[in-house]
Design a protein around this ligand. Structure first.
Ligand code: BTN
Length: 254
């Protein structure tokens, strides 16, 4: 663990961001695992773990998440526990928070959400979100590719780093602070459906709307938006709109 990061002490960043504690690690297995340990030990909401590098960064469904040194923002936040009924919305709320933070840190960039929890820019994945519930808390893991070197050649056709699309260098500390600010706005509130304004913002950011997509067991059809409870609306055929609540989605119209 290190006591300083991006030109200041971790205690100073925590105070500036209004969070109870910030841990920064030069190298760790997964920030989500460390945040889970802290949550189980009774850490307060918004306790945050950042790593310069993850040796076992995790994506959804146990996939690997590439987290090379100093090239992205790899962070996990202990969030207040959520009712099971509202859990589908947590990744979407986090996605909205990440989109807003990205646009703030990199003016001119427009971020979209690929249901349920990828953040895309210009059709490529910029950020992944991994929310894991348990022990009365939810751990919110956010990975944002920031520097050009963040991506292996195999990933560069499907993923993008923020500095490839931003006008200049991106300040990772400002980005982290803004993610936390937006998370506090969006993840603290409990209702199990999105209010009208958030529903509208999600619709504007929904990159699947109108596209032909395959949603695993949910079937293949045209994405017709995201319901206010977080389900993907998938039109399988005339009058047959399914509510998809879990799984991965592939775009099939290209
Ligand atoms: C995905 O797109 O599948 C989710 C990727 C989530 C990656 C972040 S990086 C910080 C946190 N620690 C992890 O091990 N994973 C998440």
């Amino acid at each position: 663990m290190t006591e300083s990061w991006e030109g200041d002490t971790t205690a100073a960043w925590a105070a500036r961001w209004g969070i109870p504690r910030l841990e920064v690690h030069e190298r760790i297995g997964s920030t989500n695992d460390r945040a889970r340990e802290l949550a189980e030990a009774g850490a307060d909401p918004f306790t945050t773990v950042i790593a310069e590098e993850q040796s076992a960064g995790r994506g959804r469904d146990g996939r690997r998440w590439e987290s090379p040194p100093s090239s992205g923002l790899w962070m996990s936040v202990v969030a207040p526990g959520q009712d099971a009924s509202g859990r589908l919305l947590v990744p979407l709320r986090v996605g909205l928070a990440v989109c807003r933070a990205i646009e703030r840190a990199a003016p001119g960039v427009r971020a979209g959400i690929k249901w349920p929890n990828d953040v895309q820019v210009e059709g490529r994945k910029l950020s992944g979100i991994l929310c894991e519930a348990g022990a009365g808390a939810v751990v919110i893991g956010v990975g944002i590719n920031v520097r050009q070197g963040a991506l292996s050649p195999e990933l560069s056709s499907v993923a993008v780093a923020l500095e490839e699309v931003a006008d200049g260098l991106v300040d990772r500390a400002a980005l982290a602070g803004r993610v936390l600010f937006e998370l506090r706005e969006l993840v603290t509130q409990g209702p199990v459906v999105l209010d009208e304004a958030l529903g509208r913002e999600l619709a504007e950011r929904d990159v699947l709307r109108g596209r032909r997509v395959a949603a695993g067991v949910g079937g293949t059809g045209i994405a017709r938006g995201i319901n206010r409870d977080g389900a993907l609306l998938l039109e399988i055929g005339p009058g047959d709109v399914r509510h998809v609540v879990a799984g991965h989605v592939k775009i099939h119209d290209q």
